[in-house]
Design a protein around this ligand. Structure first.
Ligand code: PEP
Ligand code: MG
Length: 588
């Protein structure tokens, strides 16, 4: 059986299907009849028992692997799970309110978190994350969600899910998981970005997926064309095995070209940087010879932390590693871009409209101790190399000013504490909201550099959810409105003489890159594995031709006209990579 979706990370994977339940652990309020209350209390006690066992085992593992320092955090969790006042409160809540256990846990821990949040002591306040984590674990056990245990499953697995959280995708172990397929999603969703950063073949937007696939059956996915094949015939199996072989050869070829400079035929150099989500990828980006890290999505530290928010020391270690590994070109650390379709800070209520909610810089300015801790860690780590700070989702000059004031205060604090750190670290602004586009010129006075986030910009300018398969065909960075907005920002940055870099997914799509180059955007940051194809493109065109192409494309009035025009010109402009996955997606 053949299913079609959107290929979001090129490559063929052949493996065994593994179905995963809803990864969100949605909690609903159930009103229980009196006779079910005892059953519910027992259900809670069983979950409690299992949680204690899990934490005990994890503590042992951590102690063995990472020493007692890490293990003590988990010991705190164990104490909580064994604290009869805490567990009694939950049981009482179930009895008094006829509530289901999930709801009772959420309510009781929610109150505790509110109290912790008001404590005027950083250390104690941070302990609130322990409560959140314990609550999370209990709810997960109760709802039977197994997302974190995905890596314990059989080898050669291809995950089949209705949807996968970006943090869950980031946790997949590429040695065991060969790819994934989801019902939900789009090309620029964070889960798809993670797939590309892990070079994990993936197909999203496959309708009725979970109804058609059974765990354990053989499945082939082609992340280049978006094809999913269930129970393949021997010929089909052979065909895709050969495809896989060819891809491996292509990787070897890419490596042979890694030292070639990214220079156009008429001699203009283009800077190609890496987007990094996981700290372990920092070593890998070297493989593609990137000019430093153009975007480090620091919020993924949050998903990797053992225990809620990463501490200052954990962050310091991560950023220091980043500073040391990224060499003289340095790395741009984007402050936590939490909320939206990404990770959510524990203890915050789900929002009705998260894309427009308390996210990114708004959240950082709202929960300032989290922001201050992050800035302390960045400034300290910056003394080990070249780091820059990037503020996400800015929609207002005041946000930049307030963030800069806090950064200055943190500098002062570090100075007075005589802690080694770097001062005058450059502060950039992500331009990814229409308001920031329109105010690009005054914003450029506040910023040391711009980073163009074409993913959110496309989403917010076109009012199309970047992860919603129902409107996927409308999510189009080649829409003339997006192209004009990009030109507007590029011109403002050039006029105001501040550097501008593009870090959205456009920078890894060859046809879209031609337009970016044509708008004089010559500093691009992308998922590292896209670098070879983009470099090949740059080496095969003249910047003058790209300018002409961009000038023409931007004056067209519909996305379809832009696609037709760019596709027709694309072949003429050289491009030995017509078979590239990104181009296939575009042409399709
Ligand atoms: C963007 O929005 O284009 C971007 C680079 O940030 P993210 O994809 O993490 O939202
Ligand atoms: Mg963004």
């Amino acid at each position: 059986m053949r299913l079609e979706g959107i290929g979001v990370c090129q490559g063929v994977a052949i493996g065994t299907a593994f179905l995963v339940d809803d990864p969100f652990g949605r909690i609903v309020r159930v009103f229980l009849p009196a006779e079910q209350i005892d059953v519910e209390v027992t259900r809670f006690r069983e979950a409690l028992h299992l949680a204690q066992q899990q934490v005990l085992e994890a503590t042992e593992r951590f102690r063995a692997a990472l020493g007692s320092e890490r293990a003590y955090i988990l010991e705190t969790h164990l104490l909580m799970l064994r604290d009869s006042t805490f567990t009694r409160q939950i049981e009482d809540f179930i009895r008094e309110n006829h509530a289901n256990a999930e709801w009772a846990i959420r309510d009781v821990t929610g109150h505790m978190l509110d109290i912790y949040r008001q404590i005027n002591d950083d250390y104690l306040r941070e302990r609130g994350s322990d409560i959140a984590d314990v609550s999370h674990r209990l709810i997960k056990i109760l709802s039977g969600t197994k997302t974190r245990d995905l890596n314990e499953m059989a080898e050669n697995a291809i995950i089949i899910a209705d949807d996968l959280l970006p943090s869950v995708a980031a946790d997949l172990d590429p040695k065991r998981v060969l790819g994934f397929v989801t019902n939900a999603g789009g090309w620029a969703s964070h889960t798809s970005i993670i797939a590309r950063s892990q070079s994990l073949p993936a197909v999203v937007g496959v309708r009725d997926l979970t109804k058609r696939v059974r765990s354990g059956e053989t499945i082939i996915i082609d992340g280049t064309t978006g094809t999913v094949i269930l129970r393949p015939s021997p010929e089909t199996y052979r065909f895709y095995s050969e495809q896989r072989e060819r891809q491996l050869q292509q990787l070897v070829h890419d490596m042979e070209e890694r030292e070639l400079p990214a220079i156009t035929l008429d001699g203009r150099e283009v800077t190609l940087r890496a987007n990094i989500e996981l700290i372990e990828e920092i070593e890998g980006f070297n493989r593609y010879n990137a000019a430093g890290v153009g975007l480090y999505r620091s919020e993924f530290l949050y998903s990797q932390a053992v225990n809620g928010l990463p501490s200052e020391e954990e962050q310091y270690e991560a950023y220091k590693f980043l500073a040391e590994m990224s060499g003289s070109d340095g790395a741009v650390v984007r402050t936590f871009d939490l909320g939206g379709d990404k990770l959510h800070l524990d203890g915050f209520k789900p929002e009705r409209n998260p894309a427009l909610g308390l996210r990114a810089i708004r959240l950082s300015l709202n929960v300032q101790h989290v922001f201050r801790t992050q800035i302390r860690a960045i400034l300290r780590a910056a003394s080990h190399g070249t780091l820059k700070i990037l503020l996400p989702f800015v929609s207002n000059l005041d946000e930049v000013r307030e963030a800069k004031n806090i950064i200055a205060e943190v500098e002062k604090e570090l100075r007075s504490q005589r802690i080694k750190h770097e001062e005058d670290v450059e502060i950039g602004v992500m331009v990814e909201v229409p308001a920031a586009v329109i105010l690009a010129e005054p914003l450029a006075r506040e910023a040391d550099f711009f980073s163009l986030g074409t993913n959110d910009l496309t989403q917010s300018l076109l009012a199309v959810d970047r992860g919603n398969e129902n409107v996927n065909s409308l999510f189009d960075p080649m829409h003339p409105a997006v192209l004009r907005a990009i030109r507007f920002v590029a011109d403002a940055a050039h006029r105001m003489q501040i550097p501008i870099n593009v870090c959205g997914e456009m920078a890894s799509n060859p046809a879209e890159v031609i337009i970016l180059l044509g708008l004089d955007l010559l500093d691009l940051s992308m998922t590292p594995s896209a670098i070879p194809a983009i470099k090949r493109l740059i080496r095969s065109i003249r910047l003058e031709d790209a300018r002409t192409l961009a000038d023409q494309a931007i004056n067209l009035t519909t996305p379809a006209e832009v696609h037709r025009y760019v596709n027709s010109r694309f072949a003429d402009l050289g491009a030995q990579f017509l078979a590239s996955a990104h181009f296939t997606k575009l042409a399709g």
